[in-house]
Write a protein that binds this ligand. Structure first.
Ligand code: BV8
Length: 234
């Protein structure tokens, strides 16, 4: 069985990370257009760095922990990994690390990862640290004089091409089951993944509400991810 999962901000909501819809398009008081585009970074890199550093500090608070939905996905992945015939891919739009902290191995962050910084020159990624900024010598080796270039958040902004699209499309066209969890289906190309699945694929949407993508699914399960995901994957 080939299973493809897509998660959105709704799966992390019960872990204490506000969703984009809850934030009404604002985050830490900033409008997305002000901070989540390449133009915003070119215009005011310090503002954008601070916007993401605020979200990093929020994510690293001890009370932010994976919830039962993250754990259920990790356990399901492990069950499937016992069989050679099964394929599993967890694609997330989320830039938090809650899937990994719940034990998921095969996670594709199609919109990047909040806890990584990326060198504008080499495109190399580094674990983010509070003291990392554009003046930081090579982040992996502060003694290395070949100073790395300007660093940016390793995050896919609006207008930028998401990560792993080829891999996602391949998994979608082979999927027997596609489950979208906690995503409003508003941002493309993520919202278009359901349309890449074959007619034989069982498409399930787990959400609190109906979404513009709901008609594309064979089954819509309404409820909190922490209460529904485990039941669906059992
Ligand atoms: C692209 C990282 C070209 C950043 C994100 C004009 C100019 C430029 C582009 C466009 C344009 N018009 C349209 C576009 C395309 C654009 C787009 O789709 N815009 C939308 C707004 C119309 N897309 C892009 O720009 C993408 N790139 O198009 O490049 C290209 C593409 C392919 C090939 C060649 C060229 C890049 C988009 C990525 C942007 N980066 N994140 C950061 O985080 O700072 S997007 C960000 O917002 C998230 O990653 C996510 O994708 C999106 C939010 O969506 P959700 O995760 O669904 O969250 P949301 O809050 O909306 O919904 C939560 C859901 O959970 C709700 O339904 C709620 O009911 C539910 N829920 C809540 N609680 C629970 C729950 N469900 C269950 N249980 C609960 N407890």
């Amino acid at each position: 069985m080939n299973v493809l999962i897509l998660t959105g901000a709704g799966i992390s909501a019960e872990s204490g990370i506000p969703t984009f819809r809850d934030a009404n398009g604002l985050w830490e008081g900033y409008a997305f257009e002000e901070v989540a585009t390449p133009a915003a970074f070119a215009r005011n890199p310090a503002l954008v760095q601070e916007f993401y550093n605020q979200r990093r500090r929020a994510l690293l608070r001890p009370e932010i922990q994976p919830n039962a939905a993250h754990v259920a996905l990790a356990e399901f992945e492990k069950r499937l990994s016992d069989s050679e015939d099964d394929e599993f891919l967890l694609v997330t739009q989320n830039i938090d690390d809650l899937h990994e902290r719940a034990g998921s191995d095969n996670v594709l962050h199609m919109h990047g990862e909040l806890l990584k910084a990326q060198c504008l020159e080499t495109l190399e990624c580094y674990p983010w640290r509070e003291d990392l900024d554009e003046t930081t010598p090579h982040p992996d080796d502060p003694d290395d004089e070949t100073r790395c270039g300007m660093l940016r958040p390793h995050v896919v902004w609006f207008g930028e091409i998401p990560i792993g699209l080829d891999r996602i499309e391949k998994a979608a066209t082979r999927a027997n089951v596609f489950i979208a969890i906690g995503t409003s289906g508003l941002v493309y190309p993520a919202a278009g993944i359901v349309s890449m699945t074959p007619p034989s694929c069982r498409r399930i949407e787990i959400n609190m509400d109906d979404t513009p993508a709901s008609p594309s699914f064979d089954e819509t399960i309404r409820g909190r991810a922490s209460e529904t995901v485990g039941r669906v994957l059992a």
